[in-house]
Each structure stands twice: as C-alpha cells, then as structure tokens.
Design a protein around this ligand. Structure first.
Ligand SMILES: Nc1nc2c(ncn2[C@@H]2O[C@H](COP(=O)(O)OP(=O)(O)OP(=O)(O)O)[C@@H](O)[C@H]2O)c(=O)[nH]1
Length: 365
C-alpha cells in the first residue's frame, strides 16, 4: 500500500442543501486540467450523475457510532470504510491514483459526523487531512432554505468557502441580501458567486489551516475574515480594542447592522461568530481545562473553533481547530507567519452567550 504517513491526502468536504448545485460543480471541476487525480466520494445512495472515472458512492444502510458515543458522532459505516480503503482500492501497480479527495455529502446531512470521523479515526487521521469545507448555497432559494432548514444554516456556519450558485436565477438585490445574511452566519468564510458550477478549481484548494509541509503562509487569510476590524460590508461593527486585561474582544456582524432584526424562530439568529485576540501569552494548562469544560458543556453548540495560540514558554505558535467537541490534535507551526504574536481565536456558536466565552478568556490570559 502506498505510504500516506508523512503526506496525508488533502480532503475537501463539499456540502450544501438539496439541489444547491454540488454535483453540477463537481462535474465542472473534474474536467479542468490537472483535476483528473481527484477521488470523489459521494456519501449518498441512489442515482449518481457524476461523470468521472475516480469516484465511489457509499451505501447508507449501516450507522456506526464512534467511540465518543454521542449522536452527533454517528456516521455511515460504509463511508468510513470507503475512506480507509480508498488509497489501495484506487491504486494501480502500487501507486495511488489520486492526490486529493472530495467528499460530497447528501443535501440534508449534517457534515459534522464526517468531520469527526476524519479527525478521530486513528487510521484516517494518518491518511488524510482536512483541507477545507466548501458549501454551496442556492442563490435563488437560499433565504427560504435558511429560514426552514437548520441543517442549511449549519452547513453555511462551518464553511471555509461559500459558493452562491444559480446566480442567473436571482436579482442583484436578493443576492446582496443573501450575501449579507451569510456574512452574519459565518463572517470568516470567503464568498464566491458562480453560475453552472463554473469556478477555477484552484479557488477550492488550500482553504484549511495547514500546508502539506506543516506551515501556513496564508494564516492571516484563514483568520482575518473574522478579525478585520473594518471589513467592507460590515458597517456597524462593534470593536472594543484592548483593555486592562489585554483581551480584545470583537463582536462581529450584529444583525441590526445588516438591517436584520432578531427573531428567535429564525435558525441563523441562534448562530454567532465570536472572535478574541489575547495580547499576553496563554497559560496552556488553564486554557486546556477551560476548553475541556466548555466542550463538555456545550459541545454540540460549539460549531467550529479555530485559533492560533501564543502559549507561554513556546517560541512557535500552536494552532487549534475543532468541529463541535472534536479537535484536531494541536499543531505547532514552524514559525509565526508575521510579526503579530497575539493569540487569535474564533468560535462559531449556536446559542452560546458571548459572556460565557468572554469570562473564561479573561481567566486564561
Ligand atoms: N439555472 C441554474 N441551474 C443550476 C445551476 N447550478 C445547478 N443548477 C441546476 O440545479 C439542479 C440541481 O443541481 P445539482 O448539481 O444536482 O445539485 P446537488 O446539490 O448536487 O443536488 P442533491 O444531490 O439533490 O443535493 C440541476 O438541475 C442543475 O442543472 C446554475 O448555476 N444555474
């Protein structure tokens, strides 16, 4: 079997609501030059309209609960097996036939269990690394889908890149309103408007935290969508820089700033992105204790956590990356990407008051 130990295969998770254009996008992508060495796994049983040599569909008949035993960690057993077997199944003469994996989820799926599997299954952790989460949003029906389906809100909330599809079926004002709404749900995700799945494949690559060599030159882009105090579409942003504690909280995307009024029945009004910068190095033991407690208490509502940490006594930055209560093992980067040595953390949460996060952030700094 080809070794993947030192070069885990990058994985792109492609999610998005039913009919939002995932398959259309994939069919266009795999035809682009240099994209023939992508393995596409479709986590869906039934008719598949993908015109590609290297793909595998999984059969959702068996449900497996991972070790943590909770509902949000149930995954289709067949998918986990397909992922484990793929490197040898798609190899010829001992040579793996693919360099990148794309997993397309079913439109109604919560993508979290798939991410959990990638992060916790020891064999998969050695074989693969998550490169990014791409979510398609139907520009024509996106707003009503977000209104009616919490799965769609969650798919948007955890994305690294949001692709607004079917822009030909909507008008500019509706598209702009949808974009603003998505910005409030997930201010750090880049947004691209596409038609008929037309996008350069390179735009979907390298969205994650780590480069293959363990450094991340573009770390700023990864976090700064959340941290930029003056992003162009976000007037009304409240920014409280500095303070006696050295804690610089940044509240992003208040709904009123976008002309959106809070409505507890709207799914996305429960989702908030909270960012923090910490000027002083973090006490690791206290931070870990806090994180364990937070995740135990509100794991399922902590949708995504990303952070670069300046840990007391360490010269190099440590990055953390979690989906709900599951974390990638923390990774120490080779070097800080720039002069900024502050710890930066982003939490995308559902129904977690900012104050709960804030009080403990002060405690660890
Ligand atoms: N007008 C228009 N139609 C599109 C566009 N992108 C996709 N479609 C159509 O939308 C329909 C659904 O697209 P799919 O690519 O099958 O969507 P999907 O997300 O894979 O759907 P599921 O697998 O059911 O979740 C198809 O009829 C596509 O031809 C677009 O940009 N414009």
């Amino acid at each position: 079997m080809p070794s993947t130990r030192h070069h885990p295969i990058p994985v792109t998770l492609l999610t998005g609501f039913l009919g939002s254009g995932k398959t259309t996008l994939l069919n266009r992508l795999v035809r682009q030059p240099g994209m023939n060495r992508i393995l596409v796994i479709i986590n869906e049983f039934g008719e598949i309209g993908l015109d590609h040599q290297l793909f595998s569909a999984t059969d959702e008949t068996e449900v497996v609960t991972l070790d943590s035993g909770c509902l949000c960690c149930t995954i289709r057993g067949d998918l986990a097996r397909t992922l484990r077997d793929a490197p040898w199944r798609f190899s010829r003469g001992g040579q793996r036939q693919f360099d990148r994996l794309v997993i397309e989820t079913t439109g109604l799926a919560d993508p979290a269990p798939i991410l959990h599997t990638l992060m916790t299954d020891a064999k998969l952790v050695a074989q693969y690394r998550l490169d990014g989460i791409v979510t398609t949003v139907d520009a024509a029906h996106g707003a009503s889908t977000l209104d009616r389906h919490p799965e769609a809100v969650k798919q948007s909330a955890i994305a690294d890149l949001l692709l607004l599809t079917k822009s030909d079926l909507t008008d500019e004002a509706s598209l702009a309103a949808l974009r603003r709404r998505l910005t409030t749900i997930n201010p750090g995700a880049a947004q691209r408007v596409i038609t008929a799945g037309e996008i350069d494949a390179t735009a979907l690559i390298g969205l994650g935290l780590m480069d293959a060599d363990g450094t991340r030159a573009d770390l700023a882009r990864w976090l700064d969508g959340y941290l930029d105090p003056e992003p162009p579409v976000m007037d009304g942003l409240s920014f409280n820089a500095g303070g006696a504690t050295g804690l610089s909280p940044l509240t992003i995307g208040s709904r009123e700033a976008y002309g959106l009024h809070n409505d507890p029945n709207r799914h996305d009004d429960h989702i908030h992105a909270h960012s923090f910068t910490l000027d002083t190095p973090i006490d690791l033991a206290r931070f870990e204790a806090w994180l364990d407690l937070m995740l135990a208490l509100m794991g399922e509502n902590m949708l995504r956590i990303k952070g670069i940490l300046n840990i007391e006594g360490r010269d190099r930055p440590t990055v953390i990356h979690g989906v709900q209560h599951i974390f990638h093992p923390p990774v120490e980067l080779d070097a800080w990407p720039d002069e900024d040595r502050r710890s930066r953390l982003v939490f995308i949460t559902r129904d977690i008051p900012r104050k709960s996060l804030e009080s403990v952030m002060v405690a660890v700094s």
